[in-house]
Design a protein around this ligand. Sequence first.
Ligand code: SF4
Ligand code: SF4
Length: 112
Amino acid sequence: MRFWRLPLDAKKYSIPVGELHIIDDRCKGCGYCIEFCPNGVLVLSKKFNVKGYHPPEPLPGKEMECVNCNLCQVICPEFAIYSTLKFSKELSEEDIERYNELVRQRRKDFHE
Ligand code: SF4
Ligand code: SF4
């Protein structure tokens, strides 16, 4: 879910960090998981699977940004991707700044 501002009680909650599991050879390269991941964690890799498709992989630098929402698991037509909970973390000042930057960017995109 995308908010237009940081919820006032956000610091009361911990953030789940997901461990991604991608079964490369099941993937058909449709890109749904990439398109709909709410955190923009995924990208098509350059490698080929046995069917000749490019399976997804986490974007370099975004490996820790999966929030274990399981949307990719639900949306994948080939059951090729899922996530499990790695750990939960408290909201840090960097998370808040990163979030605020995202919101600023979305507002800018919305008004352009
Ligand atoms: S579990 Fe959610 S946040 Fe993690 S990669 Fe899948 S869609 Fe993205
Ligand atoms: S949704 Fe499934 S089949 Fe489509 S690119 Fe992602 S992992 Fe591959």
